[in-house]
Write a protein of this length. Structure first.
Length: 133
């Protein structure tokens, strides 16, 4: 079965609350809201793989009026976002929530260059030790 809806988070978050590694590769997740719900509810999660999910395009405007600190997982260390049609503008938008991520895997996306047009705050990547493009 492929997962497309995680809105009934009370049922799954209690069952999975101590989960440290979660692989949701090649499912039908479609929204960054779903990603942020997962990392919020699973407080022990240190590895998350979402390869092949086609989440809606992420822009910096998505975060307007939201508390980015609350959207940042303190334990998430490894995030795998392969084959998700991401470009560097989306990675740049997501960056403020990745402060604790030490390994970021972004293979097979639409990243052809890391552009200097983005004013990337290096504080957003202070824990990053591995970047796989």
């Amino acid at each position: 079965a492929q997962i497309s809806d995680i809105s009934d988070h009370l049922s799954w978050s209690n069952t999975l609350k101590y989960t440290k590694e979660l692989r949701l590769d090649r499912n039908f997740l479609y929204s960054w809201d779903q990603y942020f719900l997962i990392v919020k509810e699973l407080k022990f999660l240190n590895f998350l793989a979402l390869t092949g999910n086609k989440l809606r395009r992420l822009t910096k405007e998505y975060f307007e009026g939201k508390n980015v600190e609350e959207m940042t997982s303190p334990r998430l260390q490894e995030l795998v976002l392969n084959s998700m049609s991401l470009d560097w503008a989306q990675v740049d938008a997501l960056a403020p929530t990745l402060k604790n991520v030490s390994k970021l895997v972004l293979g097979r996306n639409n990243i052809s260059k890391i552009s200097s047009e983005f004013k990337i705050d290096t504080d957003n990547f202070e824990s990053l030790t591995v970047l796989n493009l």
